[in-house]
Design a protein around this ligand. Structure first.
Ligand code: HEM
Length: 504
């Protein structure tokens, strides 16, 4: 039996070879290429290395998941946009044993099909610009707390700002989704979120390795899923229970209490149910519950906590790093702020949107540091064909995933020109971007599953930067080092910078 299983695993790892798709050598028949991919948090380097060696399209085995990695933007346009119904499903992390069609734990990020469509409609209407403007006081308060922290703690002109950025962005999301008003920096829940997101290398945990290597046997292994409680999933469940308590509290709240407090995303998510109710969409009424069920509301609150915290703080950290590297851009952004914003009361969603250089600067930062690249993938829900980079077409079998090699695409000279390595926000001037491929910049993904929190995230990051820049000049110092590492996302492990008050 052992020999039979060994032969099966060897055959599994041969999948791409039998289809003439190049593949890096596998280091373990059980985990495939996963160990090499995740090693030392250097996924970006590994993906670039493999693209140089094997070309724009190659296959890897992530445990038992068959994944085609590609930096070909035409293939990706086909997958993310044109053939969306066939590629509507996400590639889930090798460790998750979940049925993306029917598992009761599904949230917007994990769901597919009708369930995804319904959740997407309801959740998107809670994240509109109008709703973001309503939570502006929460963003302002967190930004002020961030500034107070920097004022008090910029010891000898050096501060590792990254943990504080995380505190600030977590404060925004926790206060606007759970109504929690913990003092910034003293959050009881942030540790849980970090643990939930830690996703250390799969090979470092036998439980994760076990599930990653046996995904195709999930009919059996899902009964052992309680074992994942011993991994970061335990933290997710603790957070979920907090979300549940919060929602119970809201259900019992009187109208008067509701009117006397700040409106937040839980209110908006519940309202969006009512909006759909009154919209009277007959199709929706016949087929599905018209509103988020209680379980879905809890799942969405949890998802926002996980998706909306360190995504934003990581991008802000990279922005501050690039500002310190390019002091000339600090002056340009400051000038723009002076031109558009007279005093603090003028800082709001509309005025920040007018800061066009800041917008170009942020896009360029996200090109060089693609925070969300690890989640840019889709799974085929049926067999189909795709255009091959060398001409002709090739078959993608049901269940195979396509992963967008954003670290390569974002630096591709064919897309960005010979100076692709240079940091230059002006490549995003309208006249320089008009003929650019729609899949060239994948910061927030693409197609119908693009990040629904994009507007909130962009506003928050710009808000933090505007406030910090109005008060401090940001400089590099002896401790400054770019420690880019990929965990669940690309993050700066530390961000040591000097914050010098302008009036010193
Ligand atoms: C700088 C901050 C952020 C970045 C870089 C980012 C990036 C991404 C990316 C790359 C995806 C995958 C898109 C795709 O597959 O095409 C995604 C999905 C998602 N993001 Fe964000 N995100 C950020 C902030 C947020 C925030 C603040 C929220 C919510 C409050 C959020 C909620 C979500 C959700 C719910 C999805 C899943 C959407 C679906 O599957 O339909 N994100 N994000």
């Amino acid at each position: 039996m052992r020999i039979g299983y060994y032969l099966y695993l060897r055959h599994r790892c041969n999948y791409f070879a039998t289809r003439n798709i190049p593949q890096p050598p596998v280091t373990s028949y059980f985990l495939g290429n996963l160990y090499d991919l995740e090693k030392d948090g250097a996924q970006m380097d590994r993906l670039r290395e493999w693209d140089t060696k094997y070309g724009k399209l190659f296959g890897i085995m992530e445990g038992s998941h068959r994944v085609i990695v590609t930096s070909d933007v035409n293939i990706l346009h086909e997958v993310f946009v044109k053939q969306f119904p066939t590629f509507q499903s996400r590639k889930i992390h090798a460790t998750f044993v979940i049925d993306q069609k029917s598992d009761p734990r599904l949230n917007l990020f994990l769901a597919e099909g009708k369930k995804w469509k319904r959740l997407r409609g309801l959740i998107t209407s809670a994240l509109t610009v109008k709703k973001i403007k309503q939570i502006d006081p929460i963003i302002k308060q967190a930004t002020h707390e961030l500034l107070d922290y920097v004022r008090e703690n910029r010891v000898e002109h050096n501060l590792n700002i990254q943990p504080t950025l995380l505190d600030a962005s977590f404060a925004v999301i926790a206060r606007s989704i759970l109504g929690i008003h913990e003092k910034m920096g003293e959050s009881k829940y942030i540790g849980e979120v970090l643990e939930a997101l830690s996703m250390k290398e799969t090979s470092k945990s036998w439980i994760k390795s076990f599930f990653a290597g046996t995904y195709e046997f999930r009919i059996i292994t899902r009964f052992l899923h309680f074992l994942t409680l011993l991994t970061s999933i335990g933290a997710i469940l603790r957070l979920k229970s907090k979300c549940e308590q919060m929602i119970t509290k809201r259900e019992k709240e009187s109208e008067e209490d509701k009117e006397n407090r700040q409106q937040d995303f839980i209110d908006f998510l519940r309202e969006s149910q009512e909006e759909i109710d009154t919209a009277g969409d007959s199709n929706l009424m016949l087929r599905e519950p018209k509103k988020l069920t209680r379980e879905e509301l809890i799942g969405t609150a949890l998802l926002f906590l996980i998706a909306g915290g360190d995504t934003t703080s990581n991008l802000t950290g990279f922005c501050l790093y690039e500002l310190a590297r390019h002091p000339e851009y600090q002056y340009m952004i400051l000038q723009e702020i002076k031109d558009c914003i007279e005093n603090e009361d003028d800082i709001n969603y509309t005025s920040i949107k007018e800061l066009s250089f800041l917008d170009r600067f942020m896009k360029e930062v996200s090109r060089i540091h693609p925070v969300g690249f690890p989640v840019l993938a889709r799974r085929a829900v049926e067999t189909t064909t795709l255009p091959h980079p060398n001409g002709g077409t090739f078959e993608i079998e049901k269940g195979v995933c396509i992963f967008a090699n954003a670290p390569v695409i974002h630096m591709d000279k064919e897309i960005w020109g010979e100076d692709a390595d240079k940091f230059d926000p002006d490549r995003f001037l309208p006249e320089n971007s008009k003929d650019r491929h729609p899949m060239a910049l994948l910061t927030f993904g693409a197609g119908p599953r693009i990040c629904p929190g994009k507007n909130l995230a962009v506003y928050e990051v710009k808000h933090f930067i505007v406030y910090l820049l109005r008060e401090f000049k940001i400089e590099m110092n002896d401790e400054t080092k770019l420690n880019e590492i990929t965990r669940t996302l690309l993050c700066p492990e530390t961000m040591n910078l000097s914050f010098i008050p302008w009036n010193l």
